[in-house]
Design a protein around this ligand. Sequence first.
Ligand code: ADP
Ligand code: MG
Length: 226
Amino acid sequence: FNSLMKHKQQMESVSHLAAGFAHELRNPLSVIRGFIQLSGLTNNIEKYYKTILSEIDRMNEIIEDFLSLSRNNSRKQVQEPNELFHSLIPLIRSECILRNITFDYQFEKTNRRIYFDKSMIKQIILNLLRNAVEAFEEKQNDKRFEIRTKALKDVYQVTVSDNGPGMEKSVLEKLGKPFFTTKENGTGIGLPLCKKIIKDHEGEFYIDSKLGEGTTITFTLPFVND
Ligand code: ADP
Ligand code: MG
């Protein structure tokens, strides 16, 4: 009986996941369709390029998240972290400009190195950015998104914060669980995936959020001894 229940629960989470996946892809897809249709009417596709491209990128991110859930062979390398963080600035900046969010960053320079997979850490940052973007209410003034890094004694510490609506206690408590989402079209794999990636890197992952004040995510990546 127990194993039957377990099987039932597994099937439920698989179908939940599949539904979330489909919904999340459908959104950007319908935006793309709409914009191509519009550009046909106005004969002015240039105007819509940006949105179409960013929606296609969004679809790629979603697919990437799903693939990563099951991927085990990561491509870790011993490398210096700042280059990666700097390379993400243009992408984050343009996303923020598009949504009227002020982006601020401060990366502490370090000569020390970390054993990490660039694309995985990039994925974490993009997921956190996405969550912040989705959390902000349209009418909020002075929206801010911020990334700070610090070289501590043994670890590189990354802090990603927004001054959005924050989370209720009941939401915070459920956050660890896979597929937990408060969004109509959410998948609930963003934060669990971030946690999994950091665990694979032997770092720590913390979530701190206050209702009405914002959300701060902190994670660490251990330096290699050299
Ligand atoms: P999804 O984004 O698909 O809902 P996540 O795992 O990324 O899944 O996030 C889970 C939930 O955590 C979200 O549905 C939302 O309620 C909450 N959340 C995550 N990030 C933030 C944030 N920056 N501000 C407010 N709520 C957040
Ligand atoms: Mg998310």
